[in-house]
Each structure stands twice: as structure tokens, then as C-alpha cells.
Write a new protein. Structure first.
Length: 167
């Protein structure tokens, strides 16, 4: 299987958290993955097979009811327009590639990205969470949110849970 075929295969693996967030090889064996595990798996494969110009990113975007319609009720009941959310994706030769689902989520959020950084595959676990939490704490302070960090993180977890439910 070549890299393009592997990308296509991973794109159709169902969305879901793996049993061990540190082992992104589980994407194939468990037949599920998140934006983090799927893209880290592909970046790791590219590195091991000397496929050049494949970069892994974390983008912090404004998760809102426009780009994520399933969350409209949750966000509006909390009187929050958006929550900054961390999303992983690749750039191949500078062109964004998002295989989180069969349709690119990146296309829905590209105008809402607040910040992005390049990372290496092992950073999709602890580093990504720490980076995201630090960003949220700064955002809460800078935008004078009426919620504490723990309250925002819990609302965010509710959002992620709702997104994980099958339609």
C-alpha cells in the first residue's frame, strides 16, 4: 500500500478515541481514531518511509455552531459564541490535509483558526492537551469569560462527547 492509499484508508476509519492515546498504531488495529491519532499515525509513517514535506500541525480554532452544528444547543445554553478547540491535521507540500473524517473538517474551520504550530507525532498526547489548556486559560483571561477554566473545560468535554455520538 502506498502513502496515498494509506491516507484514503485512514480517512474512512471511524472517528473515536483509541484505548491508548500514546499508541497511534491502534488506528488500524482498533479501526478508529481521532484527529490526533490519525494524523500522528500518517506523519509517523511518512517519516519512517522518508516521504518528504509532510508536516503535522495543531490548530486552535473557534469551535462554534456554524462550523460544528451539532454543538449549537450546548454552546447557546452556556451563552458562549465559541470555545477554542485544538485540532490536528497535516500539510503536505504546504497544502492542508485533514483525514479526521471522510470529508475535510479543515475546510470548515480554516477561516476560524486562531493559532497553529507544527509538532511531531509523539506530541499529540500530553503536549497537545497542555498546549490547549494553556491557550484556553489565556483566552478566558483576555476575553473576560464568565466561566472558570474548569467550567469551560467541562463544557468543552460535553461538546466532544456530543461530537462522538453517532448521528
Amino acid at each position: 500500500m502506498n502513502f496515498e492509499e494509506l491516507i484514503e484508508k485512514v480517512k474512512h476509519v471511524p472517528y473515536g478515541r483509541n484505548s491508548n492515546r500514546y499508541d497511534f498504531l491502534l488506528v488500524l488495529s482498533e479501526n478508529k481514531g481521532t484527529c490526533s491519532s490519525k494524523h500522528a499515525f500518517l506523519k509517523d509513517y511518512a517519516d519512517k518511509n522518508e516521504i518528504e514535506n509532510v508536516k503535522l500541525y495543531i490548530g486552535i480554532f473557534k469551535m462554534n455552531e456554524v462550523n460544528t452544528p451539532k454543538l449549537g444547543d450546548l454552546l447557546s445554553k452556556s451563552s458562549i459564541d465559541y470555545i477554542p478547540e485544538a485540532h490536528c491535521y497535516l500539510k503536505i507540500n504546504g497544502i492542508p490535509l485533514d483525514v479526521t473524517t471522510s470529508e475535510s473538517f479543515y475546510d470548515k474551520i480554516k477561516e476560524e483558526i486562531l493559532e497553529e504550530i507544527e509538532i511531531i507525532p509523539k506530541q499529540v498526547s500530553d503536549f497537545k492537551v497542555d498546549y490547549h489548556k494553556a491557550f484556553l486559560k489565556k483566552w478566558i483571561e483576555e476575553t473576560n469569560q464568565n466561566y472558570t477554566f474548569d467550567e469551560i473545560w467541562n463544557i468543552r468535554e460535553e461538546c466532544i462527547q456530543k461530537l462522538s455520538e453517532q448521528s
